[in-house]
Design a protein around this ligand. Structure first.
Ligand code: IPE
Ligand code: IPE
Ligand code: MG
Length: 225
C-alpha cells in the first residue's frame, strides 16, 4: 500500500463559496483559513503523513483587486499569530515556501518568527506556499547555482528549490483541472486528484476518502509491476 508521505493541496474555491451565499469573497477566505487549521491538525495526527504543502498565495494572485490582496495579507498575519500555540501543541514545523520578500516587513517578521519558534518540532512539516510560483522558484534556484563550476544535476537543482521533497499526492479543490504554477518540479510523479468541492467545504472525511483511493493506486514510476 502507498503511503501519502507528502500531500500538496491547491486550496481553490473560496471566492465562489462566498458568492454562492451572497457573501463577499473575503468571507470565503476566512472560512478557508478554518479548513487549513482542521486539515493540518488531521495530518499531524496521521503518522503516515510527513509533509503537507498548501497553496495559499501565488505569484499571480497579486493581479487581484487591491482590497482582496490586503485582506489576504491581514488574514495570513492573524492566522499565523493565532496558530503558533497550535503548531507547538501538535508538534508541527512551519516551513514556508515562496519569495516572501515581496510582503510587508511586519508580515515577514511574523512568518519568520513562526518558522523559528517551530523549528524544533519534529512531527508534521506544514509548508504554506506564500508568494509562490513554481517558475519563479525554479529560476531562483538556477540563479543560486549558476556560478557553480560543475554542470547542474537533478539533485543539485532539487536541493536549491524552496520545496525539496517530491509530492506523493496532489489535490485540487474547486473543480478546475490545472496546476496554476504549483510545484511543477515536485509533482513529476505525484498522483493527481481534482475534486469539485469548494475549499471551505472540504472536510477531513473528504481527505480520508482521497487517501484511501491513493493507497490502492499502482505507482510504477516508469518501471513494470
Ligand atoms: C483560493 O480561492 C484562494 C486563493 C487563491 C487565495 P479563490 O479566491 O481562488 O476562489 P475562487 O476560485 O475565485 O472561487
Ligand atoms: C491557485 O488558485 C492559487 C491558490 C490556491 C493560492 P487560483 O484561483 O489563483 O488559480 P487560477 O487563477 O484559477 O488558475
Ligand atoms: Mg481560484
Amino acid at each position: 500500500m502507498n503511503r501519502a508521505k507528502h500531500i500538496a493541496i491547491i486550496m481553490d474555491g473560496n471566492g465562489r463559496w462566498a458568492e454562492l451565499q451572497d457573501k463577499k469573497r473575503v468571507k470565503g477566505h476566512e472560512e478557508g483559513a478554518k479548513v487549513v487549521k482542521n486539515i493540518t491538525t488531521y495530518c499531524s495526527n496521521n503518522p503516515d503523513i510527513e509533509r503537507l504543502t498548501l497553496y495559499a498565495f501565488s505569484t499571480e494572485n497579486w493581479k487581484r483587486p487591491r482590497l482582496e490582496v490586503e485582506f489576504l495579507m491581514k488574514l495570513l498575519q492573524r492566522y499565523l499569530k493565532n496558530e503558533l500555540p497550535v503548531y507547538l501543541k501538535n508538534n508541527v514545523r512551519f516551513e514556508p515556501i515562496g519569495d516572501i520578500r515581496a510582503f510587508s516587513k511586519s508580515l515577514q517578521k511574523t512568518i519568520n518568527e513562526v518558522k523559528e519558534k517551530t523549528a524544533h518540532c519534529d512531527g508534521l512539516v506544514q509548508s504554506l506556499a506564500l508568494n509562490y510560483g513554481a517558475q519563479d522558484e525554479i529560476v531562483r534556484a538556477i540563479n543560486k547555482l549558476k556560478n557553480d563550476e560543475d554542470s547542474i544535476t537533478e539533485a543539485m537543482l532539487s536541493n536549491a528549490l524552496d520545496a525539496k521533497h517530491s509530492v506523493d499526492l496532489l489535490i485540487r479543490t474547486g473543480g478546475d483541472h490545472r496546476l496554476s504554477n504549483f510545484l511543477l518540479w515536485q509533482v513529476a510523479y505525484a498522483e493527481l486528484f481534482f475534486v469539485d468541492t469548494l475549499w471551505p467545504d472540504f472536510s477531513t472525511q473528504d481527505l480520508e476518502k482521497i487517501i484511501k483511493k491513493f493507497t490502492k493506486i499502482e505507482r510504477r514510476f516508469g518501471g513494470l509491476k
